[in-house]
Design a protein around this ligand. Structure first.
Ligand code: PMP
Length: 406
């Protein structure tokens, strides 16, 4: 795509130069966490070396530099997602973001007789918080099922949007099947029926252009560590009316305007939801990370990953007894598979000895694995910094490992 030197891009990632077990590393676990370009590592390092101070408190020079850096990162992330920084709550990741919606939006509103609609392909982070809310409010959980190719059964989903459903929780992209859900259409249908939509964008924002305003959801969650950023960074975008109406989730410093023993005045959103000292250096790194992604261009990244996915899929399907899970037409570069007569943990363990890092297990999506009818899968997940040669090395290693296990 548009003349990007992908070998030079890859060289920006220091970790990808290392070896494991004496073999060149082939890192195919980016859906779990992404690797970091040097600019992100340097931005974090530079913050600690030259600017470290707490935010929004001190009048001294470092205090304002730190605040500027932190708020600057909010602005970068907001631009990256097509939203206003004032509507973006910075937090530790998608898990925190979804729990914030559960505790501050859903818990005070839902009651017995209400329902929460989820899809079969949700990550536990978009299931368990809703179960905790359901237990405390008497609401019930409904599940929208999938078609055999791993895409959502849209007719079934819309039919499940009955009057008692107050909230829809939906992944933009599945972390197991790679399925890209048509969230703009789905959120429009939810909105028409008065259902609040919560989109888990963990696996979308790192891999494709995301325009939250165009999606038209009520809430959108992202996690920084899959977007070239440090761990412990992420954000929740919410419609302003929700941010204004929601009570705080955690109390403490930073989230207040005035505290008296007879009553406290909360800060304005998004600060109302950011109690305590945030992961300042982490967000400085994430700011550099989204700048890096933007400079490459998310369209170019998506095209690169589509090409890698097509190549990997073609080569994997040549292996006898290999089954791919997730064949949706619109699919991100996440490849779950099993090989007949082998266990996925054995495959992953032996692949590791060949230098190939894949994940095996249930991928924090037990209900989806139950639907697939397999205990576990292996998952190879690609990013733009992977190469066609790495895909070939992975497939060759897989053939070798399969022979060992047969
Ligand atoms: N949802 C999905 C779809 C994910 O892939 C992940 C990360 N594995 C999460 C939620 C949770 O993200 P985090 O652990 O960064 O909070």
């Amino acid at each position: 795509a548009k003349g990007i030197d992908w070998a030079a891009v890859r060289a920006d990632f220091p970790l990808l130069r290392r070896e494991v077990h004496g073999k060149p590393l082939v890192y195919l676990d980016s859906a779990n966490t992404g690797q970091k370009p040097a600019c992100v590592i340097e931005a974090t390092d530079d913050f600690y070396r030259r600017h470290n101070a707490n935010v929004s408190r001190a009048v001294h020079a470092l205090g304002s530099e730190a605040t500027e850096a932190y708020e600057g990162a909010r602005g970068k992330l907001a631009r990256f997602l097509g939203v206003r920084g004032d509507d973006l709550v910075l937090c530790s990741g998608t898990t925190f973001a979804l729990n914030l919606v559960a505790y501050s939006w859903a818990l005070p509103r839902l009651q017995a007789g209400d329902a929460i609609l989820l899809t079969r392909m949700e990550h536990h982070a978009n299931i368990v918080p809703w179960q905790l809310v359901a237990q405390r409010t008497g609401a019930t959980i409904k599940v929208a099922e999938l078609l055999p190719d791993g895409s959502l059964d849209l007719d079934g989903l819309y039919a499940a949007m009955t009057p008692e459903v107050k909230l829809l929780g939906i992944a933009h992209v599945s972390n197991v099947l790679g399925t890209v859900n048509p969230v703009a259409t789905i959120c429009r249908e939810a909105r028409r029926r008065g259902i609040v939509s919560v989109v888990d964008g963990s696996q979308a924002a790192p891999h494709m252009p995301v325009d939250i305003a165009a999606i038209g959801c009520d809430f959108y969650a992202v996690t920084g560590h899959k977007m070239c950023g440090p761990t412990g960074t992420g954000a929740l975008w919410a419609r302003r009316e929700h941010l204004e109406a929601m009570p705080p989730f955690l109390g403490g410093g930073e989230m207040i305007k005035e505290v008296r023993f007879d009553g406290t005045v909360f800060n304005d959103p998004p600060h109302k939801f950011e109690a305590g000292t945030p992961n300042i250096a982490g967000f400085v790194g994430l700011g550099a990370g989204v700048d890096y992604l933007s400079a490459l261009g998310m369209e170019a990244i998506a095209a690169r990953e589509r090409a890698l996915l097509a190549h990997a899929t073609e080569e994997l399907l040549k292996i006898d007894g290999l089954r791919l899970y997730g064949r949706a037409k619109d699919k991100a570069a996440v490849i779950s598979f099993a090989i007949d007569g082998t266990h996925s943990h054995d495959l992953a363990t032996l692949l590791d000895l060949e230098g190939v890092a894949v994940r095996s297990g249930q991928h924090c999506a037990h209900p989806l694995l139950q639907w697939l009818g397999v205990g576990t899968t292996c998952r190879a997940s690609l990013a733009f910094y992977n190469t066609h040669e790495e895909v070939d090395a992975f497939v060759a290693a897989l053939r070798k490992v399969k022979r060992l296990l047969a």
